[in-house]
Design a protein around this ligand. Structure first.
Ligand code: NAI
Length: 328
């Protein structure tokens, strides 16, 4: 029998947590043969609700779920963690300046990074979902100097999945026919969903679409502003789809991309494609044996270059702002 994998989830009592935990426990995160132990991390005000969620997890009698522990101390929550999903974050409230948002999140992600550094398992893999996800991942990474930097990743898989779905609707293709789509840059309104290297049933997606105006004026804004459209329609932010994307991100990281395809992950830049080294930006990546590699050698046209550069510039500004706040 396999040793259970320890999965720490922060913000466990929140709406993404509620959509996420049951799928982790039923084997969708790591595989249908991998037992898991859940470590739920909340703030004191969230402990009671997290206990309620844990009761429901018990009530599912999931064969793969070998334990649930709940903590409000990051040092305990990350103890022995093999996978950490950092979902809990401080949302932007009306009138909040970017500096206030970044410093409030620094107060969460810096101590969590330090706790990961001190207590997580050697093979720890971290996915940051809580926004601003890329920069929160950078803050946590900077606080964990003993953990290889590449283990800190940020989620752009929801944007990736949204883009696939929009492209499928436009072209009448099945989502499974769409490969090699890329989200570049920040998980924010500046993100760039790139179809120029994507394929639809083996044909170049940009050629199949053959409508640059639709790309510029409909597709890109629809993907980038989908979060706001969901809030508008549902009266609450994306939760099940965000949880689904977190499952996809980690599952792909651990289990590999399919031959001939790639995915999008926010990862520390190695300088590829002119993205400054060190910032956590979304790239096209292939994964194998728990490791990822940036897809190299893609030809970046002018349309793409301008949009990648704009999103990367925003990430550089965020990095500079958290550096000034002493968070790096
Ligand atoms: P929510 O407000 O329902 O839940 C957040 C939970 O985090 C709360 O239970 C809160 O008590 C907890 N929390 C706050 N600070 C914490 C800390 N220091 N340690 C542990 N837990 C803490 O929010 P929801 O809807 O679950 O969203 C969570 C985050 O995910 C938000 O920042 C949201 O913007 C982000 N998000 C990111 C997406 C992406 O694509 N990267 C997509 C959708 C949401």
């Amino acid at each position: 029998t396999r040793t259970p994998v320890n999965v720490t989830v922060t913000g466990a009592a929140g709406q993404i947590g509620y959509a996420l935990l049951f799928r982790i426990a039923s084997g969708h995160l790591l595989g249908a043969d991998v037992p898991v132990k859940l470590r739920l991390l909340e703030i004191p005000q969230g402990m009671k609700a997290a206990e309620g969620t844990a009761m429901e997890l018990d009530d599912c009698a999931f064969p793969l779920l070998k334990g649930i522990d709940i903590f409000d101390d990051p040092n305990k929550g990350f103890e022995g963690a093999n996978v950490a999903l950092l979902v809990g974050a401080r949302p932007r409230t009306a009138g909040m300046e970017r500096g206030d948002l970044l410093s409030a999140n620094g107060g969460i992600f810096k101590p969590q990074g330090a706790a990961i550094n001190a207590h997580a398992a050697d093979d720890i893999k971290v996915l940051v979902v809580g926004n601003p996800a890329n920069t929160n991942a950078l803050i946590a990474q900077a606080a964990a100097p003993d953990v290889p930097a590449e283990r800190f990743t940020a989620m752009t898989r929801l944007d990736h999945n949204r883009a696939i779905s929009q492209l499928a609707k436009k072209t009448g293709a099945d989502v499974t026919d769409i490969k090699r789509l890329t989200i570049w840059g920040n998980h924010s309104a500046t993100q760039y969903p790139d179809v120029f290297h994507a394929e639809i049933a083996g044909k170049n997606a940009a050629e199949v679409v053959n409508d640059e105006l639709w790309l510029a004026d409909t597709f890109i804004p629809t993907v980038a502003k989908r979060g706001a459209a969901i809030i508008d329609a549902r009266g609450a932010s994306s939760a099940a789809s965000a949880a689904n994307a977190a499952i996809d991100h980690v599952h792909t990281w651990v289990n590999g991309t399919a031959a001939g395809d790639w995915t999008s992950m926010g990862i520390p830049s190695d300088g590829s494609y002119g993205v400054p080294e060190g910032i956590i930006s979304s790239f096209p990546v292939t994964t194998k044996d728990g490791k990822y590699e940036i897809v190299q050698g893609l030809d970046i046209n002018e349309f793409s270059r301008a949009r990648i550069d704009a999103s990367v510039a925003e990430l550089v500004e965020e990095r500079d702002a958290v550096r000034e706040l002493g968070l790096l």
